[in-house]
Design a protein around this ligand. Structure first.
Ligand SMILES: C[S@@+](CC[C@H](N)C(=O)[O-])C[C@H]1O[C@@H](n2cnc3c(N)ncnc32)[C@H](O)[C@@H]1O
Length: 297
């Protein structure tokens, strides 16, 4: 919901009809304003998350989502032997290494050196030959190359419709997007956030409805599939604390005492030195085929 107290700011938004892409551009701008977005755009922020990012690979629901998306891309012909793929904000390459066997080449772009170091390790370990890895900020990245599929998953870049325009420009045919879809609830994090930051976690992260509507108002027909999951990460106290502190520091830097509080809480609930943390999530996968309407009737 839009914050209706910001009357002045929103006056122009309500003046735009919702069947216009301009409405959804303005909606996304309003919804995603604020410092959290800026922090998520920095490479160093993600470098700090790289060490524990792939812990999710052990989560059944998460891997079900990843594998179903790969299957979906293959079923639509977006992943095919002759096709080239650009994975924007690829992170540690969870999707890239799984797309690579089904296409000609995957170009992996990310701002974070730390995330890409993990991807390189993985590429060498599994032996994937058709990955190109580029460390770059999407906001300044310039290329004349075009790709059969442009793929973007859970990236802060999805908060800005200007990026969607560029993804569409650079794609010859397919665009695949994975985005949060309204539910992202980690009870332990919620309570630490209230206790330390003094408020509930920010719910203003990008939601899939703006992406779907934006694409639709642009004349495209986005296919949509939802995934419901419990993303469980079982880790030792040190590893779990690092992740929680990273998440909290998206709001502001924590003092030494505040960090100690996170450790204390984890020690209280740990069993045999381990803590399992669940995040209830709903995500959505959008697949656009720019040629979907190229048929005669
Ligand atoms: C939540 S991770 C998602 C990683 C991967 N796509 C996945 O689904 O596993 C977000 C990624 O966006 C990258 N990122 C954030 N801002 C970026 C930018 N301006 N240019 C390129 N990558 C960016 C981060 O470095 C991080 O790896």
């Amino acid at each position: 919901m839009l914050d209706t107290t910001k009357k002045e700011k929103n006056k122009s938004l309500y003046a735009i009809p919702p069947h216009s892409p301009d409405f959804w551009r303005a909606y996304a701008r309003e919804k995603n304003a604020g410092p959290l977005k800026k922090r998520c755009m920095r490479g160093e922020c993600w470098d700090a998350a790289a060490a524990t990012y792939d812990d999710l690979d052990n989560c059944k629901d998460y891997m079900h989502q990843v594998n179903s998306i790969i299957d979906g891309l293959r079923a639509f012909g977006a992943l095919a032997p002759g096709n080239t793929v650009l994975d924007v904000a690829c992170g540690t390459g969870t999707y890239a290494v799984r797309m690579a066997p089904y296409c000609k080449k995957v170009t992996c772009l990310d701002i974070s050196k730390g995330m890409l170091a993990k991807l390189k390790e993985k590429r060498d370990r599994i032996g994937v030959g058709n990955l190109e890895i580029i460390q770059a900020d999407w906001n300044v990245y310039d290329t004349t190359e075009r790709f059969d599929l442009v793929f973007v998953s859970l990236a802060p870049l999805l908060k800005d419709m200007k990026n969607l325009d560029r993804f569409l420009d650079i794609s010859q045919r397919f665009l695949g997007l994975v985005c949060w879809a309204g539910i992202k609830e980690n009870l332990l994090f919620n309570s630490l956030c209230e206790e330390i930051i003094g408020r509930k976690p920010d719910k203003r992260h990008m939601d899939i409805q703006a992406l779907v509507n934006y694409l639709y108002t642009m004349g495209l027909a986005p296919n949509l599939r939802f995934f419901h999951g419990c993303w469980r990460r079982e880790r030792d106290i040190e590893r779990q604390a690092k992740t929680l502190i990273w998440q909290l520091e998206l709001y502001r830097p924590l003092s030494r005492d505040e960090k100690a509080l996170v450790y204390k809480r984890l020690e209280r609930i740990a069993e045999n030195g381990k803590v399992g943390v669940n995040t209830k999530v709903r995500t959505g996968f959008i697949l656009v085929d720019k040629h979907a309407d190229n048929f005669t009737c």
